[in-house]
Design a protein around this ligand. Structure first.
Ligand SMILES: [Zn+2]
Length: 419
């Protein structure tokens, strides 16, 4: 099976960085958000920013005026590094963020390349960064095919993010169930069967032609009133790789635009369920190895890190409910380092109580060099070794079990390590 371009890990990372940005708040209305869609002339954006800089000189509060103008300047500087907008466009956030209460503001600037093309051109100065358009991209990022059919007609649509496109609509040419007078019943039935077969083959060809070339096709939803869709699904009318991706068969009242609307209304729920099913399977696979004592199931941070470093992990399972960090303490004098794992919420008091004396060189030079999310730390070890990294929500029973019984960190190995 082909791997989707966006892994659960990549999405998790982007979500984390947006969550982090969402927490940032300015003192006043002084945080700048800029969205530049692909194809937009950078020179035009720079001209707009010069105007905004000029307008900002009317701001009465000295601090706010300075902060807004500084933010605009930072954005201009970052923008200068681009000759043209990247293929998905460009988003820049900049502003003075209080680090530790009022008066501790520091300029922070972030450049983000969206995971999908952005459509809007937007400049905003606000108390918060405008993240909603990037957050939207995370929601339903994959592509789904929709096929609606009954014995009379069929529609084919592609659902990407929130955009829906009806690609094709065809009619069946299959006569109704009631024959005209004078026709033999048997002959009519034979003709109808033949027409229906021809129609199913035609629908199958459209499905192959439309959906096979679609990158990141996550699944196909089949709908329509009555039993026709099931008859179609049971037969061999579409390529096996696509048939495998039918993720839901639903009853809808219509096979046209209205039918597509019916699917759309239920789409979020369908898609969530699809991911939950995947997650359940992954955890069940892990539990199988635990239950059958195959030696391939590993859990707990230490064991998982060790096997990851050996490069023998096939699938790394990380619970979204895990909130621990890997801390690196470093001596700035002699280079001595030490790593420790702790709950995220324990970090501030750890930092406060940190003994500065280095056990190696005895100078007062120990500092907290890094605090990394454990998910990120383990994922980084996993990535070069071709390991599947799966983020598992706590929305399923299996996901809860992963978090509560196995500490939220587990792995399935490719083979048993030779001790
Ligand atoms: Zn030292």
């Amino acid at each position: 099976m082909s791997k989707p371009e966006r892994t659960s890990l990549e999405l998790f990372r982007r979500k984390e960085s947006l969550d982090n940005l969402a927490k940032k708040e300015g003192r006043g209305t002084e945080l700048v958000s800029l969205y530049v869609p692909p194809g937009k002339q950078i020179s035009e954006v720079q001209a707009m920013l010069r105007d905004e800089y000029g307008t900002a000189s009317n701001i009465k509060s000295d601090t706010t005026r300075k902060n807004v103008q500084d933010a605009i300047t930072k954005v201009q500087q970052r923008l200068k590094l681009f000759k043209q907008a990247p293929k998905n466009g460009l988003v820049i956030f900049s502003g003075a963020i209080p680090q530790n209460g009022p008066g501790s503001e520091r300029m922070e600037t972030y450049v983000i390349e969206p995971i999908e093309p952005i459509k809007i051109y937007l400049y905003r100065c606000d108390a918060k960064f405008h993240l909603e358009y990037l957050q939207e991209q995370l929601r339903e990022k994959e592509v789904y095919g929709i096929v609606l059919m009954d014995a009379n007609s069929a529609s084919f649509a592609i659902l990407k993010s929130k955009n829906l496109e009806i690609v094709q609509q065809i009619t069946s040419g299959v006569p109704g169930k009631h024959r005209a007078g004078g026709q033999s019943a048997q002959r009519f039935e034979r003709q109808r069967e033949a027409k229906l077969l021809e129609y199913f083959n035609r629908v199958g060809k459209y499905v192959n032609d439309i959906f096979l070339p679609v990158p990141n096709l996550k699944g196909i939803i089949l709908g329509g009133p009555g039993p026709t869709k099931y008859d179609f699904q049971k037969g061999d009318y579409i390529q096996y790789s696509l048939k495998d991706r039918i993720i839901a068969i639903l009853d809808t009242a219509y096979v046209d635009e209205q039918g597509v609307d019916e699917i759309m209304e239920r789409a979020p729920e369908i898609l969530r369920k699809v991911r939950y099913i995947e997650e359940k399977k992954i955890v069940q696979d892990f539990l199988y190895h635990v239950g059958h004592d195959t030696g391939l199931a590993i859990y707990g941070e230490e064991e998982v890190r060790r096997t990851l470093q050996m490069g023998i992990v096939r699938t790394l399972l990380l619970s979204e409910g895990v909130d621990i960090v890997r801390v690196t303490i470093k001596c700035t004098a002699c280079g001595y380092t030490k790593q420790e794992t702790m709950k995220e919420r324990a970090l501030p008091s750890f930092q406060q109580d940190l003994v500065k004396q280095c056990p190696k060189c005895n100078t007062q030079s120990l500092t907290l060099a890094e605090a990394k999310d454990i998910v990120e730390e383990l994922a980084e070890i996993a990535e070069p070794t071709n390991t599947d990294v799966e983020m598992i929500s706590t929305e399923t029973e299996e996901g809860q079990m992963l978090k509560n019984s196995f500490g939220g960190i587990a792995a399935i190995l490719r083979f048993k390590p030779s001790h």
